[in-house]
Design a protein around this ligand. Structure first.
Ligand code: GRF
Length: 236
């Protein structure tokens, strides 16, 4: 009998993290299955992608609702139709109401393109370049009412290279996101990372090699570089 956890994904746009989660979940050994996608944006390319692969999709446009509370109530109802064990935000660009977050507490996770608590909010790559950090990355966390401030589940780091543009750095982080999010979701689905109050409790005893077995990974200076030239520039 399958014990895979049911996971709904919320998106607003491109959906590349959704695609990474669907790809991971296409392996029957993966501990979660994607059961549907909810978007606030009817034009989200990720919706077309998901529908094309037979996923149930639902749209709740903020414009069709008089308030954020009403909007989140529609999303809540769409999610409940999918009966998910967990909900993964994957590029969902709207701030969720406190009531919604409370209703899904411990079941709602998000990926953010920075090493939190640094660079919360929008334009995290620009913030990282402006701050001059040499290491940047992405974080998966349980969602709390304060944006990008919930307890951390997993993080992945990438180097910031000399002369990086926002776009180049974003692309490098996105590659890490696509590896990290399936690892983090597996941790949550298997109960190896769970929310307890305002912190995450980890159980690494039964961690399988395949799902990472770790909550963090760091820049691989031999394979994450775009070229030998980059490697030379990164080496002090
Ligand atoms: C990702 O960088 C994610 O971390 C952020 O929004 C972006 C969404 O990209 N929250 P995609 O829609 O998954 O391609």
């Amino acid at each position: 009998m399958s014990t895979r956890k049911r996971v709904a994904v919320m998106i607003s746009g491109r959906g590349s993290n959704l695609a990474a989660l669907m790809e991971a979940a296409s392996d029957p050994a993966y501990p979660a299955e994607i059961v549907g996608v909810v978007s606030d944006n009817p034009e989200a390319p990720g919706l077309t992608f998901a529908a094309g692969r037979g996923q149930p999709v639902a749209v709740a446009n903020r414009r069709d609702h008089p308030s954020s509370d009403a909007h989140d109530a529609t999303i809540d109802a769409a999610l409940r139709d999918l009966a998910p064990d967990f909900v993964a935000l994957a590029g969902y660009m709207r701030v969720l109401t406190a009531g919604f977050v409370a209703a899904w507490q411990g079941k709602l996770i998000n990926i953010h393109p920075s090493l939190l608590p640094a660079f919360r909010g929008l334009d995290s790559h620009r913030q990282a370049i402006e701050a001059g950090v040499r290491v940047h990355g992405c974080s998966v966390h349980f969602v709390s009412p304060e944006v990008d401030a919930g307890p951390l589940i997993a993080q992945a780091a990438v180097p910031v290279l000399t002369g990086d543009t926002e776009e180049a750095l974003a692309a490098r982080v996105l590659k890490a996101e696509h590896k990290l999010y399936p690892i983090a979701l597996a941790m949550v689905a298997e109960g190896r990372a769970r929310l307890d109050g305002n912190r995450v409790v980890f159980d690494t005893s039964g961690a399988s090699e395949k799902n990472g077995g770790q909550s963090v990974f760091s820049p691989d200076l031999t394979t994450d570089m775009r070229s030998i030239e980059d490697l030379a520039r990164f080496t002090p």
